[in-house]
Write a protein that binds this ligand. Structure first.
Ligand SMILES: CC(C)(COP(=O)(O)OP(=O)(O)OC[C@H]1O[C@@H](n2cnc3c(N)ncnc32)[C@H](O)[C@@H]1OP(=O)(O)O)[C@@H](O)C(=O)NCCC(=O)NCCS
Length: 155
């Protein structure tokens, strides 16, 4: 597995990985309606994805030219904005490697702490890597409410 910086050309592959990740890996924690609302909320605005890929720090994990997962750092907000792994690559250390690379860069940039709005699915993953729940959150998407949690780690 290689870790590479993301660019705007990656948009279709990242969105396809995102779609599969939410559809399959989040299925144990979110209903089909919630997952549909999550996907549409995120995919409805392709320009936001493009802007983030241009202006922020993204990495993708690639194996045999396939995107296995990706992560995004928004330095000005001390924020991990995206972390999605494709179902075929889950539980192989892909997210662990992506997060390690992001944290290394964040330390280099002098970022004091990192935050993320973690899905129910991702919370145990982040907890085991030193992130603590600051507060439980609920966001509205379509006709659904999606539970998640603001988590933080001091670097
Ligand atoms: C949460 C999520 C990102 C985790 O991705 P992942 O690549 O499966 O995570 P990892 O493989 O790095 O770690 C998971 C487990 O795999 C196992 N593992 C297997 N090989 C490993 C390796 N070489 N290195 C580290 N862990 C490994 C570990 O047991 C680890 O469990 P732990 O957390 O107890 O250490 C993924 O499930 C996902 O995309 N979920 C759906 C979308 C989502 O909710 N995203 C977050 C939005 S905030």
């Amino acid at each position: 597995m290689k870790l590479l910086r993301t660019g705007v050309d990656d948009l279709p592959a990242l969105q396809s990985c995102f779609f599969a990740s939410v559809s399959v890996l989040a299925a144990k924690d979110y209903t089909p309606e919630q997952r549909r609302a999550w996907v549409s909320r995120a995919l409805d605005n392709a320009n936001t994805w493009r802007d983030k890929l241009v202006s922020q720090f993204g990495w993708k994990a690639v194996e045999n030219e396939e995107v296995q997962g990706f992560i995004l750092l928004v330095p000005q907000d001390n924020l991990i904005d995206w972390l999605y792994v494709s179902p075929a690559a889950a539980n192989n250390g892909v997210a662990t490697n992506l997060l390690r690379e992001l944290e290394r860069t964040a330390r280099t940039l002098g970022i004091p702490h990192l935050e993320t709005h973690a899905s129910v699915t991702a919370q145990p993953f982040f907890e085991r890597r030193g992130y603590e729940v600051v507060e439980k959150e609920e966001i509205e998407a379509g006709n659904c409410v999606l539970p998640r949690a603001l988590m933080r780690k001091k670097l």
